[in-house]
Design a protein. Structure first.
Length: 113
């Protein structure tokens, strides 16, 4: 994978979008993507940090069944997290929201549209 400005990018999990989330996505700017799956990923950012240090973001993308997605348009992007452990924990929480078909309602303040 080659993503501009992403030195560390790790897709963590991909899961089908549930019926409730699909209905909400169809009323959002993501309606035209034809997405069927969520792709949850961790992205490391090194800018302005000492060598070997990294901050992390958790990103959620809409994708097709093969995992194709638009890196330019995440559905959700967390704030920078100082540790990989915090990023993994947040990704697991988001994954739980997706499995329970409530990812679209996890908090409107977190959505990027």
């Amino acid at each position: 994978m080659n993503f501009p400005h992403y030195r560390d990018f790790y897709p963590k999990s991909m899961m089908p979008i549930g019926m409730n989330d699909t209905a909400l996505l169809n009323e959002s700017p993501f309606a035209d993507t034809g997405a069927t799956h969520w792709l949850i990923a961790l992205q490391g950012e090194h800018e302005g940090l000492p060598a070997g240090c990294c901050n992390w973001k958790v990103l959620v993308y809409t994708s097709d069944p093969e995992g194709a997605f638009s890196w330019e348009n995440p559905y959700y992007a967390s704030t920078l997290l100082e540790s990989i452990d915090s990023a993994i924990e947040l990704a697991q929480q988001i994954e739980s929201f997706g499995k329970n078909d409530v990812l679209c309602t996890m908090g409107s303040d977190k959505k990027i549209s």
